[in-house]
Ligand binder design. Sequence first.
Ligand SMILES: [Fe+2]
Length: 288
Amino acid sequence: MGDIKLPKEIQDQIRNMPMLSEVAHRLLILTSDPTHSIGDVLKVIENDVYLTARVIRISNSAVYSRGTEIKSIQRAVMHLGERFVVSVAVSACTGELMTKPLKGYEGPEGSLWAHSLKVAIAAREIAKFTFDNLSPDQAYTAGLLMDIGMSVLSDHLLEDPAKLIKLVDENKASDFIEAERLSSGADHTSIGFEVAEKWNLPDSLSAAINNHHRPGEAPEQFRSLAYTVHLADLIARMSGSGIGIEALAHKLDSNYEKYIKLSKKTIESLIIVVMEEFALIEKSILST
Ligand SMILES: [Fe+2]
């Protein structure tokens, strides 16, 4: 169970959501396991004709191609990197859920996907600075999925999206999560947690999704991951993303310093990494 009991109509909506495809599910489980190899990832992708074709097509796009045509999935994955391939698989199987406009947050079409990709890239980089040597793959996947609950909650915030900000500004809610709860009886982290449970995602991912705005409340063994995606969220926002009214609404928990050693200078350089890598991915996806 998440932190709160969700209203019945939200529970029903989650129950009716499609399951992840077998391939996406296996890729998410694999990349959450720090001991996996690239060979394991290849074995999963090879079983999916559509994903194989899409990955090869992207690796031959104008952005990634370096003159020689790539014909095999092995070379394509080496060329693009396995994390990129995971994001293509998640995008292919979550489809509309990640890309639809989030009207309840005044977020345009594609804003959730763009923000999630930036969080994933930032989380992968931050993982390299964690005291417990968190797996960058695991951090990337957690970043990619952490806001999935917004896609559901958005449909229940339509009456007055600006109310969320007002509740925080007028100190009627202590933070944006509480404002969501006051407005709808639910918040996007608890909904995301229930979606992760429905999809049978690993406990590490469920915990990161459930606690990404209140990382101090994550179970101890997942707290480093929760702080990593929490900080990644902020870095993605500093790189210019965010979802409509929610973009500047969340606070940073500075206790991240107990889990991650990052200087101000490194944070600044990460913002640039996120912006550059995102621009490249966006271009490659648009051109295929
Ligand atoms: Fe969030």
